[in-house]
Design a protein. Structure first.
Length: 260
């Protein structure tokens, strides 16, 4: 819509619900991912104790961070196999299941002697988040709208996601403080993250469209037809070529002007 006025009312009527779903999933993902990432060292400190050597705490934190990589790399293959929508939903639903297991086993996992088990389960929890929305929410935000308004659509969803990260970084300490002990505080954090993950997986399955190789072309056609059916002049869409290219063919010294 570089050469015409954007019909915002029509855009909102057509995409409002889908944008809300994408933005809500992104909000939930950033709420959990940033918070668990920021406070992973704090969780480890509470587990190991303040007297633990710094190199040990740093080593376990590094191992937790490593789990982001297999989740992200594996998610790229799974997304290509079953599609971004199903990958996102499966990732967060499995993440929620692991989180619920952590909540139930937290009294045993939250012991210094079981730190290895805690790190592995926690790492799998984070990896599944990357496999699902970590790999696919940006892709879905960029592929579920028409080309003409993709920048605004994606920008709104991404901004709401960052609001989720901001909110989560302030809410997580409050959630932890609601527990009367360190164990209960940790349980509340993982319970909150797991419930939100399960919710985002369900709404993704129910309300997000499937995304394939020709999704953008199909979406552009549907959006153009919608605008046309509501009286919008679709002939103004696209880049109007105002450049006249002159191709001169040398033929007996005469030039031929061709307007494109």
């Amino acid at each position: 819509m570089a050469k015409t006025k954007t019909p915002w009312l029509l855009v909102i009527r057509y995409y409002w619900f889908r944008l809300i779903i994408v933005s809500l999933i992104w909000f939930i993902y950033d709420f959990s991912a940033y918070s668990f990432g920021i406070y992973s060292s704090t969780i480890l400190t509470n587990l190991l104790g303040t007297d633990t050597a710094l190199w040990k705490s740093f080593g376990w934190s590094t191992l937790i961070t490593f789990f982001y990589m297999p989740g992200c790399i594996g998610g790229s293959w799974v997304s290509d196999w079953i599609g971004p929508k199903k990958t996102l939903a499966i990732g967060v639903i499995l993440q929620a299941c692991v989180g619920f297991i952590m909540v139930g086993c937290y009294p045993w996992l939250n012991l210094p002697k079981n730190v290895a088990g805690f790190v592995i389960v926690y790492g799998v929890f984070l990896a599944l988040g990357e496999l699902g929305p970590g790999n696919n929410i940006g892709l879905l935000a960029s592929k579920t709208s028409a080309t003409a308004i993709r920048g605004q659509y994606y920008g709104i969803a991404a901004a709401i996601g960052k609001i989720g990260a901001f909110v989560g970084s302030y809410v997580f300490p409050v959630i932890y403080a609601d527990g009367s002990t360190a164990t209960k505080g940790g349980q509340w954090e993982f319970l909150t993250g797991s419930i939100l993950a399960m919710f985002s997986g369900i709404i993704a399955l129910l309300f997000l469209p499937e995304v394939g190789q020709d999704t953008i072309e199909t979406e552009d056609v549907k959006f153009r037809e919608y605008l046309g059916s509501h009286g919008y002049d679709t002939s103004k869409l696209g880049l109007q070529n105002e450049i006249t290219e002159e191709i001169v063919e040398q033929d007996e010294g005469l030039g031929e002007k061709i307007d494109i």
